[in-house]
Design a protein around this ligand. Structure first.
Ligand code: SAM
Length: 278
């Protein structure tokens, strides 16, 4: 199990979809929509949030391989997608979904990206995509990953990579110290070696440019207010728990910070589109 629960992914999905940079999605559509059939690999798919947000930008027939190392999340993805689609049939392990006049043919791959990246990517694909994944990855992984995508001459599109911006509402005197400690936690090993954390957008852009790709970026901040209180209420203790693990603030400081009630926050993310040379 990955530590990402289906409930947590469901809670954040509306904010994730709302946050995506629309201009970058349009640029993705411009590049790929002329293809009558598009082959897509979604890495770290969780319960399938990324396919639910991205399919509308792509052509009429889409072949999606959803990859995760967590079997529980892959099972949840299969169930959630069948409910979400206008119509769904199973052909063996493959799901055939109809959604808003598009046909989505979905397969599921259980693979660890660290040890099985080539198997995860498959031999050929038009688009490699991911949502809320790359801040977990190391710069070294990202560099090798970009080369593997470039070997396939695929388009790369990822959304919601944390970029280090966070502003709580209302503010607290310790917000800055808490953020510094949180970023120290962000750069610990999440299975890929020491994580790039908030430097991941920069690492992705560098890695793809060095493979000859054209890189475009857009902002996709969570702008959470009272209507997102349930998500804010999950973020606050999760954030404090990560800070506690670093040992950089003492318990009294963290408890003082937690005592401040919050009804909103901005969490900065970057979306990245990398296009291979024509
Ligand atoms: C923050 S969640 C994002 C899930 C989904 N993309 C979304 O936007 O809701 C990160 C996902 O990456 C997966 N993951 C983390 N490390 C992985 C690895 N080494 N191999 C494959 N999947 C991994 C987790 O299981 C989880 O589903």
């Amino acid at each position: 199990m990955s530590g990402f629960s289906p409930d947590w992914l469901a809670l954040r999905e509306p904010a994730d979809h709302r946050a995506r940079d629309g201009f970058l999605t349009m640029a993705l559509a411009d590049r790929l929509q002329s293809k009558p059939i598009v082959r897509v690999v979604d890495l770290g798919c969780g319960t399938g949030s990324n396919i639910r947000a991205t399919y509308a930008a792509l052509g009429r027939e889409q072949h999606w391989a959803l990859v995760d190392y967590d079997a529980r999340l892959l099972t949840a993805a299969r169930v959630t997608l069948q409910t979400w689609a206008d119509a769904a049939t199973s052909e063996g392990d493959t799901l055939v979904l109809q959604k808003s006049s598009k046909t989505l043919i979905v397969t599921f791959r259980q693979a660890n990206l660290v040890t099985d990246l080539d198997a995860a990517l498959g031999h050929t694909c038009d688009l490699v995509t991911a949502s809320a994944l790359f801040d977990l990855c190391s710069q070294e992984f990202i560099a090798g990953f970009a080369r593997a995508v470039a070997d396939r001459r695929a388009v790369f599109y990822t959304v919601l990579t944390y970029n280090g911006i966070q502003e709580w509402t209302p503010r607290h005197d310790l917000d800055g110290s808490m953020a510094d400690a949180f970023h120290a936690h962000q750069t610990t090993d999440k299975g890929f070696g020491l994580s790039a954390g908030p430097k991941a957008p920069w690492a992705l852009a560098e890695a793809f440019r060095s493979c000859g790709y054209t890189v475009k970026e857009g902002d996709s901040p969570w702008l959470l207010s009272r209507s997102d209180q349930a998500l804010v209420d999950e973020l606050v203790p999760g954030f404090a728990g990560a800070v506690r693990e670093t040992g950089k603030l003492n318990s009294a400081q963290i408890e003082g910070w937690l005592a401040q009630s919050r009804h909103g926050c901005e969490v900065g993310h970057t979306d990245t589109l990398a296009l291979p040379p024509a």
